[in-house]
Design a protein around this ligand. Structure first.
Ligand code: SF4
Length: 263
């Protein structure tokens, strides 16, 4: 098995966005301000909110140019990778460099929103076409159980950050929600209140379809096939029937477009 040495991975097929080319501004070890129970990276090695340059802009641009040479179909650029991309202090510079090389490609980010209150992060994310924020919990207890954040991070602080960001951003905000039995049963009314307050253009409702790898391997970035070269643990997701019920309930309660991985 070869160990990926590029900060750019894919393109991988996304059920929402087509052929998505991933950019990983974290890269060296998994670093995130969350440690979600279902994370495809496995247990996060560095649970942190440290804002710094993790990998140089030059390296990312070089890796991006190498991928472009392959001439594959790319529909969208997505910032994600080995952790929380907004922890990278050079994210804005990377976005600008990639925009200059491929101005026709939309650029999105997947973020857990812990840093969206920062002016520097807001400035970088304003360069993007779409910001997809993670909201998995309807209350603080569930948040701590599912997202297992860095010390001091609360659901309240994350939701406040999203509001602060919303006021500074003209692009589209979507919400991504990972539903499992532990964060869904009896919680739709509270979740709907949160979603309504955020007011995203759409909500993507997912459920874990891949097992949880027990160790970090870089190839787990964008691993949509769920094939891991290490020990894994199965994560209990919600069934298609439950997803349909929740989808209808959330649509009814929020009036928002709710999209499910099952439909
Ligand atoms: S926020 Fe994303 S990268 Fe971080 S632990 Fe959760 S799923 Fe993994």
């Amino acid at each position: 098995m070869s160990f990926p040495t590029s900060t750019v991975y894919g393109p991988v097929k996304s059920w929402r966005f087509g052929q998505s080319l991933g950019i990983d501004p974290i890269f060296h070890i998994s670093t995130c301000s969350f440690n979600c129970v279902y994370c495809q990276l496995g247990a996060i090695q560095n649970i942190s909110r440290e804002y710094k340059e993790y990998v140089s802009t030059e390296q990312v641009v070089h890796d991006f140019e190498e991928v472009l040479k392959r001439g594959e179909k790319i529909d969208v650029i997505t910032y994600s990778g080995s952790g929380e991309p907004t922890l990278a202090s050079n994210l804005g510079a990377i976005i600008q460099a990639i925009r200059a090389k491929t101005p026709h490609l939309p650029q999105y980010i997947l973020t857990n929103a812990t840093e969206l209150g920062s002016k520097k992060v807001q400035q970088a994310l304003r360069l993007l076409d779409k910001v997809i924020v993670k909201v998995d919990a309807a209350n603080e207890e569930v948040f701590q159980k599912v997202n297992r954040p860095a010390p001091g991070v609360t659901l309240h602080s994350v939701l406040e950050n999203i509001q602060a960001f919303k006021h500074s951003y003209d692009g589209e905000i979507e919400v991504q929600t990972m539903l499992m039995p532990m964060n869904s049963k009896g919680l739709m009314v509270d979740l709907a209140k949160i979603l309504k307050h955020i007011g995203p253009s759409a909500v993507q409702m997912n459920t874990p379809k891949r097992p949880y790898p027990l160790e970090w391997q870089r190839e787990n970035r964008g691993n949509h096939e769920g094939i891991f070269h290490c020990e894994v643990r199965q994560i209990k997701g919600i069934s298609e029937a439950e997803a349909k019920l929740y989808l209808e309930e959330l649509r009814h309660l929020t009036g928002l477009p709710i999209l499910s991985v099952y439909h």
